[in-house]
Structure formats: structure tokens, C-alpha cells
Design a protein around this ligand. Structure first.
Ligand code: PLP
Length: 411
């Protein structure tokens, strides 16, 4: 049975790539009394979060909020835009792209996979899980589809299983270059509010996201940002939907309400999170994530270990995947770090199980919390006997110290 009395001194260091640590400000907001979801205060809260979210997704168009995890928002994107038997082109970048494909198949869609071929000679890992989306492969496939049977292209913006991002604007250009009418559906469940993301400018039709990553909320709400083209497609889409249907939700959202009981207390936290993120400024939030990610990678390089992402142009600002040398079990190292230093790191998922662990550096993370995470990793790696070529903590300190600026709040 779960021992709820287990309470080691100090904070547990939650360093997984989501759920990310929830700031105290959000936890306090969530403890406000639950109010009438048909009352006047609620309408104001609803309008506030719906407007604020548009700024985060960088869209002028509706953002739908679901009381569901990200998987629900994946399903919502598909059932609102597609019909039984439709073909969707899904790009393989890692475990989450694979899971989305499985979900699409369960809904009765025909899925066609595009993936980068080959394996990395050094690590034996598949190239498709080490590089971002190659937009030219999508363009070639769409050009060959002269009958336009492909109805949607699905890609993951920040692949949480690998720490690789993808160039979404390039995917849009590929679709346009092929003069193909397919919708562009993008999962940025772990990228939103951490990695630069522009729904309108990049011509995305449906963006899927979740609460428990860059927005710093607990798990429990997720999103669809919807373009006018996707909204038009939803009028004709015939996959069965009721709870996920955009029309009733968007209609009632105009006055700040929902057709069902929304997740009131998570919406309090969302209002607080939007205030924090927009108050800091989106460019500043992205730059902060890039800087911490660079410090984390400096540490991995100083250890002499391999970063899962093999293309420096698409390193994730959200997490870093650390590949262990052959013969070392990454999960055993993670468990050792958990037991000795009270820190959770992300496990290797799917084909990467046991080969790598993931360090999350998103949301409520700063120079010192990252350094303490890296110190935990360094000690754990040494205890596990993994040969290291130098101190990653020192390398990260050097980078952070050289680029440290006074915090805006404490001039
Ligand atoms: N897509 C990505 C990129 C994710 O990182 C996750 C979860 O980590 C999901 C989809 C699934 O979301 P959820 O676990 O909230 O259902």
C-alpha cells in the first residue's frame, strides 16, 4: 500500500518533463472556494482564461478547453475534423507520435507513417527518434497524393520522449509547396509556454496542448486551438463525437461558460498561470527556457554523455534526453537517484527504455533548481559507476554564471 506518511526532509525534486512543479501561487489559487459555474463571477473567469490562452497560442481564433488530459485533446482534434476511414499522414518522431497514431487507428482512421530511415551507428538508436520532422519527406508524399486522399498531417512539435523539437513553419511550407489541402494538426502538449509556438503565423489548423507542462498547472485540462479552416472541416466531419464536439463549447464560451461543469479550480490556476507568463512576456519565457536547456546540455557534454537529440538546430528547450553508454541501465540510475537524492527524472519511453533518462527544465525552474538537479544526476551517475569525463555541474555553473542577470522582480 502507498505509504502516505513518507516525508523526507526538503522538497521532492520533480525534474520530469511534465507534470512540472506547480508554483505556490497556482496552488493557492486552486484552493479558492469552488463557485457556481453558471454565476456571474464564473463568466468573467471563463472570458479571462479564454482570452489569455489566445495570447499563449498566438492566435486570434478560438481555443477550446477540455477537462481532460492531453490524450483527450488528441482525440478531440481528430474526431472534430475527420470522417471514418479518412487517411492521415503521421510523422514518427518518438513515443508520443506513436501513441497518437495508435489512438487514430482506434478511431477508425487510416494512418500512414512517415519517418526518417536508418539507425545511428554510434548509439544504435533509430534516426527518426533523434532528429525532428523532415518537412521534405512530407512534401514528397503529399505531391504524390494527387487525388488528395490524405486529409490531415499530424506532427508533434516537442517530442517529450526524446527532447527533439520540430520546425512547424517548415511543415506548413511543405504542405503549401505541394498545393495540398490537408489540415495541419500539431501536438505541442509539452512545448506550449516553454518553446516558441505560433498557431496563426505557422498556419496550424488544430494545435493540441495540455496544462501540466509549460503552463505549470497540475494535469487535468487540455486544449484545442482551432483555425477557421478546421472549424469549417468540423461542419462536415463524421467521426462520432459528443463530449468533444467543438460547436456547443465554442458557442457557450462566447459568454464565458461551458455546456458542462468545467474544472473550476484548475481554471483559477490557469488564470494565475497566464498572469505570470504574460507578465514575464512570452519572448522572455522562451529565452529563459533556452538558457536553462543550454546549461543542461553543457552538463551532459561535460560528462561525456550523448544527448538523445542529434541535431543542434532542434534541441528541446523543455527537456534533455541523456543516453547512457551501452551496458548501463538508465532506469537503475534513475532509481538510485530517486532513492538517494529524492529526485524524479523522466524514464526512457518505448524503444528508449533503459537506454536514456530525461531531465525536465521547464516551467517553475531556475538556475539553482537546475543546478541542484544536475548535482543529483552527477552524484547518481558516479555512484552507478558510469564513467564521466568531467563535472557537468561545473560546466553548467560556468554557463549560468556568465549569463546571469538580475531577476526582473528584484532589481
Ligand atoms: N503528447 C505529448 C508530446 C506528451 O508529452 C504527452 C504527455 O506527456 C501526451 C501527448 C499525452 O498527454 P496526457 O498524458 O496528458 O494524456
Amino acid at each position: 500500500m502507498l505509504n502516505l506518511n513518507f516525508h523526507p526532509a526538503g522538497r521532492h525534486q520533480l525534474q520530469i518533463p511534465g507534470p512540472s512543479p506547480v508554483p505556490d501561487r497556482l496552488l493557492r489559487a486552486m484552493s479558492y472556494p469552488t463557485i457556481d459555474h453558471r454565476g456571474p463571477e464564473f463568466g468573467r473567469l471563463g472570458l479571462t482564461v479564454l482570452e489569455g490562452l489566445k495570447k499563449i497560442f498566438q492566435t486570434q481564433h478560438p481555443v477550446v478547453i477540455y477537462p481532460a488530459s492531453g490524450t483527450g485533446a488528441w482525440e478531440a482534434a481528430l474526431v472534430n475534423t475527420l470522417s471514418p476511414g479518412d487517411t492521415v499522414l503521421m510523422y514518427e518522431t518518438g513515443q508520443f507520435a506513436s501513441l497518437w497514431r495508435k489512438l487514430a487507428q482506434r478511431l477508425g482512421l487510416q494512418t500512414e507513417l512517415v519517418a526518417l530511415a536508418g539507425t545511428c551507428a554510434k548509439t544504435g538508436l533509430p534516426n527518426s527518434w533523434r532528429f525532428g520532422v523532415q518537412a521534405d519527406l512530407i512534401e514528397t508524399r503529399l505531391r504524390a497524393d494527387s487525388a488528395h486522399t490524405i486529409r490531415a498531417v499530424c506532427v508533434v512539435h516537442n517530442e517529450t520522449s526524446t527532447g527533439v523539437t520540430s520546425d512547424i513553419a517548415a511543415v506548413r511550407r511543405a504542405i503549401d509547396a505541394a498545393k495540398h489541402p490537408a489540415l495541419l494538426l500539431v501536438d505541442t502538449i509539452s512545448g506550449l509556454a516553454a518553446a516558441d509556438y505560433r498557431h496563426d503565423e505557422w498556419g496550424v489548423d488544430v494545435t493540441i496542448s495540455g496544462s501540466q507542462k509549460g503552463l505549470m498547472l497540475p494535469p487535468g485540462i487540455s486544449f484545442n486551438a482551432v483555425s477557421p479552416k478546421a472549424l469549417a472541416a468540423s461542419q462536415k466531419a463524421r467521426l462520432p463525437k459528443a463530449f468533444w464536439a467543438w460547436d456547443d463549447i465554442i458557442d457557450m464560451n462566447r459568454s464565458g461558460y461551458w455546456p458542462y461543469t468545467p474544472n473550476t479550480n484548475l481554471l483559477y490556476a490557469l488564470a494565475e498561470s497566464l498572469d505570470m507568463i504574460l507578465g514575464e512576456g512570452l519572448p522572455e519565457v522562451f529565452a529563459r527556457h533556452q538558457r536553462l536547456a543550454a546549461a543542461c546540455r553543457a552538463a551532459v557534454s561535460a560528462w561525456g554523455l550523448e544527448i538523445q537529440c542529434a541535431d543542434s538546430a532542434v534541441y528541446s528547450p523543455v527537456l534533455t534526453g541523456v543516453v547512457l553508454p551501452q551496458g548501463f541501465d538508465a532506469d537503475a540510475v534513475r532509481q538510485l537517484i530517486y532513492a538517494r537524492f529524492n529526485m524524479s527524472l523522466g524514464t526512457g519511453l518505448g524503444q528508449l527504455k533503459g537506454r536514456m533518462f530525461r531531465i525536465g527544465h521547464l516551467g517553475e525552474c531556475n538556475d539553482l533548481s537546475l543546478l541542484s538537479a544536475l548535482a543529483g544526476c552527477e552524484m547518481g551517475l558516479r555512484l552507478a559507476g558510469v564513467p564521466l569525463s568531467g563535472s557537468g555541474v561545473q560546466a553548467a555553473m560556468d554557463l549560468l554564471q556568465a549569463s546571469a542577470e538580475p531577476q526582473a522582480r528584484y532589481p
